[in-house]
Design a protein around this ligand. Structure first.
Ligand code: CA
Length: 229
């Protein structure tokens, strides 16, 4: 169930909004003070914020800015003054929508639903994209633990896959063999840093056109390896 936080100092309005949203199946919390509202918006996980502009403590303007710096949660800003709405819209604070009071509760519910649906799509798309690393012709699916080179799937052992993924996730960073060994192999593992060299060689044979002139994993002589972006 989606959780919504209403930050509104006019208690009758906050309650009206809450009642309508609860009837539509949302879980709703209200705060009547800017400071309390801000700290809850920052500390708790809400799926959407309904934020009044003029508030005691911290105003909606500052709350919007601070929350947006930290979170992608949809924010609907409301104000009694049309002029204020125009002003804050012009400032590009990162609110997703603006409503002038008084508005019909059903209009609010409709907008809340639209923003929640849009946000959910966005989060899902990001989650899918984040599971795939694509660098030039190399594609790594972290969830499925599969690797393609120029469209052809290659088979990797567990450690080869972990090592390649670790390097690809931290491109342009030079890692020593020691650091890579500690990162990929368990501490109790029998072996030494020569294991890293052997695995890098095997990975190169699978992903590089010419292992002698690697396009992906570069050797930094005397230091270690770096994944080239
Ligand atoms: Ca107010």
């Amino acid at each position: 169930m989606s959780r919504i936080l209403i930050i509104e100092d006019e208690i009758s309005i906050a309650e009206l909004e809450r009642d309508y949203l609860e009837l539509s199946g949302f879980e709703v919390e209200t705060e009547n003070d800017g400071e309390r509202g801000l700290s809850r918006a920052m500390e708790e996980d809400f799926d959407l914020l309904i934020l009044d502009l003029m508030l005691p403590g911290v105003n909606g303007f500052d709350i919007c800015k601070q929350v947006r710096d930290m979170k992608n949660v949809p924010i609907i800003m409301v104000s009694a003054k049309k002029d204020d709405i125009d002003k804050i819209r012009g400032l590009g604070l990162g609110a997703d929508d603006y409503m002038t009071k008084p508005f019909s509760p059903s209009e609010l519910v409709a907008r809340v639903k639209a923003h929640l649906a849009r946000y959910e799509r966005l989060v899902n798309v990001n989650a899918r994209v984040n599971d795939i690393i694509e660098i030039r012709g190399l594609k790594i699916d972290k969830t499925a633990r599969r690797v393609w080179v120029e469209g052809t799937e290659k088979t990797f052992t567990t450690k080869e896959f972990d090592l390649l993924t670790f390097l690809a996730q931290n491109p342009n960073h030079v890692f020593t063999k020691d650091e890579l060994f500690k990162e990929i192999w368990d501490m109790e593992s029998i072996g030494d840093i020569a294991t890293v060299t052997v695995h890098i060689k095997k990975i190169r044979e699978k992903i590089e056109v010419n292992s002698a002139k690697p396009q992906y994993i570069e050797t930094i002589w005397g230091v270690g390896y770096r994944f080239k972006l």
